[in-house]
Every structure is written in C-alpha cells, then in structure tokens.
Design a protein around this ligand. Structure first.
Ligand code: URP
Ligand code: ZN
Ligand code: ZN
Length: 462
C-alpha cells in the first residue's frame, strides 16, 4: 500500500504516454503500473499527469531602472505552483568586483522561509575577475553549475568583451559547467539608442529602433563562433528572432554544442503591441519581434534547435512601467510570465497542431538535464521527486491579471482563451495548487544543489 496513488492517468513525460496509475511514497515517485493501491487515492479520470515544469529563467526582486521586479520568492513561487511549475531558477547578481559567494548569500536570505516550490540559482556575472575564478569551485559544490554572462548592458557593468567570453567559455568547459549568455550586441544597441535619442525618438519607436533583430543575430553568431573556438558548450537565454534560430541550426550542424531557450512572449506576441497606448508594458530586452519571426521559433522548438521553454519572468506593475515618462531608456524592462507558462505553451502547441511532446520535453526533462537536475526533476520515473501536475486538457481558462497569480496588475495575454489548465500541482508529494488557489506553505520549497549538466542528448549528431 503506497502513501498516495494517482488513478487512471494518462502519464506524459514528453517521451511516452502511458495509461495507468502512479504511486508516491513520501516525497518520491515509487511506481508506475495498473491496479496500484494507496492510503490516499486521487482519481485523474484520464487527464494528463505530467512532471512538474521547470522555469529556468526567472527574476525575483530584480532592480531594473528605477524599479524592482514585483514578484518575490513567496508571490513568484505561488504563481509558479498555479502554472504547474515546481522548480524555478533565479540569478545571482554581482556587486562591484565581488566573487560569487556574496551574491549567493544575499539571494539565499531573500528566499529564506518564502518559497512554495523548489528553487535554485544561476551564478551570474558582469566582471570575470580573480574573485569569480576563485569562487567557481565553491559555486559548483554548492549547486551553481551554470554561469550567466552578457554581451550587452555595458552601462550597467555587465557586458563582457570577446576575449573574456572566450576565457569564460574555456573555463566552464574545464569545470564541466554550462555558460549561458544574454546575446545582444550591446555596442550596436548603445549606438542606436544614442541615435534615436538625438533624433528625439524617445517613445516605443526608440525601443524598436535600438534593438533590431540583427543586434541579436550578430551576438548569437559571435557567441557560437567563440564557443566553437573554445570547444565549449554554450546556452543562449531568451532567444527572440527567427534568423537567430537559423544561425544556431547552422552552428549545430557544424558540430558546435550550442543550445537555446525561447520564451512565450517571443512565440505569441509581436512588436505591433508597441503601438498600443500601454505598449511600454510589453517592453523587454530583447524585444518581441515583428510578425514573421514567431513561426521560425515554433519550428525551432519542434526541430530541436531550441530545446527549452522558459519565461524570463520579470514583472513590473503598470505604475512602475509608467515611470518611463515617454522615454524608452527609462523603462524597467521585462514581462510577467511565470504564472502562465505551462498552460500558454501547451495550448500554443496544441492549437497549432505541433507535437505536444516537444513542448512537454522543453518544459520538463530538457531544462532538468541542462541544469543538472535530472532525473530528480522533470520526469515521472520512479526515484524522481513527486513534483506532479494533473493537467486537464479540456479545461477552459481565460488569461487575466485577476487569475494569473503573479504580483502584477496586467497580463500581456489578457483575455486570451486557452484550452487546458492544471487541476492540481504537487511539490515533493505535497499539494501546492488545488486547481483554484495556491495552498502551498511559505518555506516548504527547498534550495536545490544542482549537479553537472547532461548535454549529450542535445548534441547534433546529423
Ligand atoms: O527585459 C528583460 N529581459 N529583463 C530581465 C533581464 C534580462 O535581461 O534577462
Ligand atoms: Zn537577459
Ligand atoms: Zn532574464
């Protein structure tokens, strides 16, 4: 007799679909089969039982321009639970010339006693200096097996030059960890921003003008070339444009171990949103792209050139966005996404007739493998954490700021009607979302000490 059995489920992990029962003892999945009996039984009635999703790109309480992103570890992880997300990965921030440890201690303190689902951190630097080098072995021991760097944001002290990029990639390869890159050409963007300002183009046209797709495509190509020269793997975050997919596919065909995530906003929105009165509420870096780019991103996911769906969740309430005062250079950049990730993406794949298993993989086992959490997370195999989602594929749900769980008063997808929504979410065997509200306790989410990335399944063998 098991502690808990899910009866009559369609168990989908992106690799197979099995009808039957799934048993949980304590915090772990322990069996899959038929006729399993539990002290507690939850009828799934043919709905889908999925591994909890991972959102490997979130920003809680991130200072940006004059604001701070409005979800913290409590509100953010509550929204995660409601969206079927049971693991989030946030970013450390480096202050001055410090190494990695101080940023880790600050984030741990921010998370303490708050998280409802499990969480981890990417090490994240603007300066690759002796202190960072010295802290890297410690960071790996403490679960930060990815290192985020930037090719933009020079004024914020984040932009690495090409020599530093090469050194970061080589060092990450030596240590067996994954470098991840915000790939935009910062110098081109700074030039175009100055040009727009000089012409007095300070509205959303200035945002559009200063971050055209080629500023991403160039950076993606350069990152691919430098990673290839360093014989290192590399992972691009928040990929936004169609031509970038082509560059990644080409580099992969040449044997470069380059991987990428994209986000719901780049798949579902386009830059016509900038023409709305509240267009600045849709501003992010990189920006959502003109119509046409989205199809190549969807196809990139189906073809396996892009492997991960994540949100880059970085919410600012309207009042914070409104502080821009008509000047695109003052917008707190970022879009809310965590509370809508899984329902939006599964609906997106299903309504387009795309392979929904590719979406499930991009939300579960793929990010778990890239970020050293597999097979503890992202799978229904016995031995995995009982992070589970009962997803009702026919349940209608209309996206709204009133029901998306996030601490932000608008949704970029307001009014969008979806088919399919989570009926229940469990984190390590405990119900954290009951289909209506988050019922998880603050502080029950744990810090995850991540292992090394598993990259082999994603290498292009063609
Ligand atoms: O606009 C964005 N994406 N804000 C969050 C910070 C980043 O660059 O990921
Ligand atoms: Zn970024
Ligand atoms: Zn980000």
């Amino acid at each position: 007799m098991y502690d808990l059995v899910f009866k009559n489920a369609l168990m989908r992990d992106g690799r197979s679909s099995i009808a039957g029962d799934l048993a949980v003892d304590g915090e772990k999945i322990v069996a899959i089969g038929t006729g399993l009996a539990g002290r507690r039984e939850i009828p799934v009635d043919g709905d889908w039982l999925l591994p909890g999703a991972l959102d490997v790109h979130v920003h809680f309480s991130l200072p940006f321009a004059a604001a701070v992103s409005s979800d913290d570890y409590l509100t953010g992880t509550r929204a995660a639970a409601m969206s079927g997300v049971t693991t989030v990965i946030d970013f450390l921030s480096q202050q001055g010339d410090e190494g990695i440890k101080p940023g880790f201690e600050r984030r741990m303190e921010m998370a303490r006693g708050k998280a409802v689902v499990d969480y981890a951190f990417h090490a994240c630097i603007g300066r690759f200096n002796a202190a960072v080098e010295a802290d890297l072995p410690w960071a790996i021991e403490n679960g930060m097996t990815s290192l985020k760097v930037f090719t933009a944001y020079r004024q914020a002290g984040l932009q690495l030059d090409d020599g530093k990029l090469f050194r970061v990639f080589r060092r990450c390869r030596e240590l067996g960890i994954l470098p991840t890159v915000h790939a935009e050409n910062g110098d081109l963007i700074d030039t175009l921003m100055a040009e727009a300002a000089a012409k007095g183009t300070l509205g959303m046209a200035g945002h559009r003008h200063s971050r055209p797709a080629f500023t991403e495509v160039e950076a993606v190509q350069r990152v691919a070339d430098i990673a290839g020269a360093a014989e290192a793997p590399v992972y691009i975050v928040h990929l936004s444009s169609g031509k970038s997919v082509e560059r990644i596919a080409k580099a992969r065909r040449k044997g470069v171990a380059i991987f990428a995530e994209t986000c719901p906003q780049y798949l579902l929105l386009d830059d016509t949103t900038f023409d709305r009165e509240d267009g600045h509420c849709f501003a992010s870096c990189p920006p959502v792209r003109p119509p046409g780019h989205q199809e190549e991103l969807w196809q990139g996911l189906v073809d396996g050139h892009l492997q991960v769906l994540a949100t880059d969740h970085c919410p600012f309430p309207r009042a914070a966005k409104d502080t821009w005062g008509g000047d695109f250079r003052r917008i707190p950049m970022g879009i809310p996404g965590l509370g809508t990730l899984l329902p939006l993406m599964l609906d997106g794949f299903r309504t387009r007739g795309l392979d929904v298993d590719a979406a499930i993989r991009a939300l579960t086992c793929n990010p778990a493998q890239f970020f050293g959490l597999y097979p503890r997370k992202g799978t229904l195999q016995p031995g995995a954490d009982a992070d589970l989602v009962i997803y009702s594929p026919s349940r209608p749900w209309t996206v709204s700021a009133k029901n998306h769980g996030m601490n932000v008063d608008y949704s970029p997808y307001e009014g969008r009607r979806l088919t399919g929504y989570p009926r229940m979410t469990l984190s390590r065997g405990v119900v954290v979302f009951d289909g209506e509200t988050c019922v998880g306790q603050a502080g029950c989410g744990r810090y995850l000490n991540r292992g090394r990335p598993t990259l082999e399944p994603f290498l292009n063998k063609a």
